[in-house]
Design a protein around this ligand. Sequence first.
Ligand code: SF4
Length: 114
Amino acid sequence: MKMICINCPKGCEMDVVRNADGSVTVSGNSCPRGEAYGKSELINPTRMVTGLVRVAGMRKPLPVKTRTPVPKAKIDDVLFALHQTTVQLPVKIGDVIVADVAATGVDVVATANM
Ligand code: SF4
């Protein structure tokens, strides 16, 4: 699989191959971060998710994000959980808004004080 490392502006073009024994070989990277990224993208790609949740009694929503990246396959489930959530004020940056969102083991936290 061809991919471009997004960890720095150099943007190394890499070949990431799963070998017959299940191991993964990365070439074209200029540093170890590229190798780690290539392996992660092939085996278990993850992304940070940001979004907005409703605030009880207010029109303005609360911005939130996952505390750490979640598996790409779970992103729709995370967004659905955010859609189902209404928070009560007050909220501080870093407060857990949805614990273990979509059974990912990752919490969704507030990114603003309200
Ligand atoms: S492999 Fe290293 S040098 Fe190349 S884009 Fe990724 S982080 Fe940058």
